[in-house]
Design a protein around this ligand. Sequence first.
Ligand SMILES: NC(=O)c1ccc[n+]([C@@H]2O[C@H](COP(=O)([O-])OP(=O)(O)OC[C@H]3O[C@@H](n4cnc5c(N)ncnc54)[C@H](OP(=O)(O)O)[C@@H]3O)[C@@H](O)[C@H]2O)c1
Length: 253
Amino acid sequence: MKKVLITGASGGIGLETARRLAAQNYQVTLVARNEAKLNNAVTTLDGAGHTVLVADLTNKDDLQKLVNHLKTEKYDALINNAGAGIYGKFIEVPLVDQLAGMQLNMDALVTLSYGFLQNAKSGDTLVNIGSLLAHSSLPGGAVYAATKSFVANFSESLWYEFKQKGIFVMGFNPGAANSDFHANAGGHASDFPKFVMSSVEDVAKELVSAMGKRRKPRVVQGWKNRFMLFGFKLLNRKSAINIMGQISPGMQN
Ligand SMILES: NC(=O)c1ccc[n+]([C@@H]2O[C@H](COP(=O)([O-])OP(=O)(O)OC[C@H]3O[C@@H](n4cnc5c(N)ncnc54)[C@H](OP(=O)(O)O)[C@@H]3O)[C@@H](O)[C@H]2O)c1
């Protein structure tokens, strides 16, 4: 039986991915801040032996405890999925909140990757969850989009560094999905046209499939997202940024 640790797994994409992996006989450790949600989430997984760990990944002590756990408990896979964004114009969102987002989306992800990869063996897998916004800027979400570019770029370098050792590193980039992410970011999932919205089930299905294939260092989820990205690449950069600014939930006020 393989073991996987998934951050940000009390709901949304993380929990759905946990459900899929548990159904494939993985033993899963779910990590997030909300203990009640985690305890409820773990009961929804197939199989036995799953556990939860309560940790705020922006808290240095919690993060260090999790790194220690990764070093003592050998995992076959780590999915750095916890992430958060804030919709709003850069100067109107408190700096402290934006810096906390950078800590979660980048510092914690790098720290956990480091802890995991120090002990990783051939056959192991590291997945870092980025976003379609890794490929685009987002006025009204400038810091969030920039953190996701970081994740995709970082993951590609690690993919190269570890492939000779048989360790697979993948940056997985979902498009807009119908989780609590948008409400937590101060927006609504309904801010996006329905045709671009994926279900968390579809995202998790593609994530687990790409994990199994162990091929690409950068995966964009969903054919509609890949199609949109192709269209964006045909535009000049200025036009692409203008379009993103017009549709961004963070630019509506
Ligand atoms: N939904 C989308 O449209 C979308 C699109 C592209 C990329 N993504 C990325 O996909 C990933 C998962 O997002 P999601 O859509 O599933 O969002 P979500 O439903 O808001 O879930 C986020 C998860 O992260 C946990 N979390 C948040 N802050 C944390 C912290 N400080 N420490 C530990 N855990 C924390 C949350 O649990 P607690 O609140 O219990 O801590 C929750 O389990 C994120 O990296 C996000 O950036 C999402």
